[in-house]
Write a protein that binds this ligand. Structure first.
Ligand code: NAD
Length: 370
């Protein structure tokens, strides 16, 4: 039976359109050979939308994104729009999209393909085969808590305030995402907080534990303080399966974990919202990298981060884990065969363009599915 999916595709700026083009080639291939049907509606976001409509995201594009089963985004921004007023900057389009879609859980896998293990700043044996997932709470915590601001005190000093605040439901919904993910992986979740010095951290730990005991008894739960986690990610990252943490710690730890893999052009991400009455979850998939204006338009960009983001969409939004695995396996084969874009180039390898990387992955997909 043919399965039908509605995707909103927002290529954005800089290398965004170049890397997203390679996803279209994969969806065409999947439609022809795996019985998946994709209804794709493309829209403008970021600088591209500012140039056409004067705003970084129109209400129509937002409505299309809200109506889709999932959204795929390239990247936004670039020097052309640096002087634009903050409220209508390219990034404001992405922020509006995230806010309106209620995306509260950010998923950042750190995956080291064996053939790229030498690109990591850590030793090969520490990172080879690494496969961890960091789930970061995205809409609460100290970046949004009230009161906030800078005030002048009676004695003339100034005082800056931000508030770390979490409620039961905010903690439980992101923890549930982490437990759900763990069920499709090695069934282990490490919850990261600072319960030793922060009340919000103590609540975090209590609620995550309670949720696990109520609904996820098959998942092994451990707890770790955030400072120790930062250290363990360098010392022995392979001890982790899924890490769940708050907005602030997740911001730092997901970037740290990203560096373990060595290349920005290889890093996918997903942001998930609540499950609606039809059982569907709002979801946006995008590479971690930006619009890379320095290489835009030159066919030098690595499309793999975007292709892996699309594979995440297949797995987490469409329950097509097998197809996602096929794409990941094809990428692994291509890398093992010595094909490299400039960003991951190494001695003795073949340097190729964005399009040729796409060709190579398609060729491997064909072979793998024979
Ligand atoms: P960047 O991620 O765009 O680029 C950093 C460096 O990595 C550059 O040298 C770039 O050439 C390289 N790079 C990035 N992605 C690559 C890929 N797929 N293949 C090969 N090389 C790649 O970060 P930046 O330079 O700090 O920002 C450029 C613009 O992107 C800015 O306007 C910034 O605001 C925006 N940005 C957008 C997002 C987003 O859309 N989510 C994220 C980060 C930055």
């Amino acid at each position: 039976m043919t399965r039908h999916f509605k995707i909103s595709v927002l290529p954005g700026d800089g290398i965004g359109p170049e890397v997203v083009r390679q996803v279209h080639r994969i969806t065409d291939w999947l439609a022809g050979s795996r019985g998946l049907e994709f209804e794709i509606k493309e829209g403008l976001v970021g600088g591209a939308s500012i140039d056409r409509h004067g705003v970084p995201l129109t209400d129509e594009t937002l409505a299309d994104a809200m109506a889709a089963d999932a959204v795929l985004l390239g990247a936004v921004g670039g020097p052309k729009w640096d002087a634009v007023d903050f409220a209508v900057r390219p990034e404001a389009g992405l922020l509006r999209l995230r806010k309106e879609m209620g995306l509260f859980a950010n998923l950042r896998p750190a995956l080291v393909f064996p053939s790229l293990a030498d690109a990591s700043p850590l030793k090969r044996d520490i990172v080879e085969g690494l496969d961890i997932m960091i789930v970061r709470e995205l809409t609460g915590g100290v970046y949004f808590g009230e009161p906030r601001g800078i005030e002048t005190l009676p004695d003339g000093q100034r005082r800056g305030v931000n508030t770390q605040v979490y409620t039961t439901s905010e903690i439980r919904r992101v923890a549930a995402v982490a437990f759900d993910l763990a069920r499709r992986r090695q069934k282990r979740v490490c919850s990261v907080d600072k319960a030793n010095v922060m009340e919000s951290g103590r609540l975090w730990r209590e609620e995550v534990t309670a949720l696990r005991n109520e609904s996820f008894e098959d998942i092994e739960l451990s707890h770790m303080y955030a400072d120790n986690c930062a250290m363990q990610l360098i010392r022995n990252p392979k001890q982790f399966d899924v890490i769940v943490t708050d907005n602030l710690f997740g911001d730092m730890l997901s970037d740290e974990a990203a560096m373990l893999t060595g290349s920005l052009g290889m890093l996918p991400s997903a942001s998930l919202g609540a499950v609606d009455e039809k059982g569907k979850r709002k979801a946006l998939y995008e590479p971690v990298h930006g619009s890379a204006p320095d290489i835009a338009g030159k066919e030098l960009a690595n499309p793999i981060a975007t292709l892996l983001s699309f594979a995440m969409m297949l797995r987490y939004s469409f329950d097509e884990g097998e197809t996602a695995g096929l794409i990941e396996a094809a990428i692994q084969k291509v890398l093992a065969g010595g094909i490299r874009t400039t960003d991951i180039m190494a001695k003795g390898m073949a340097r190729v363009s964005t399009g040729v990387m796409g060709d190579s992955i398609l060729r491997e997909l064909g072979k793998l599915s024979r």
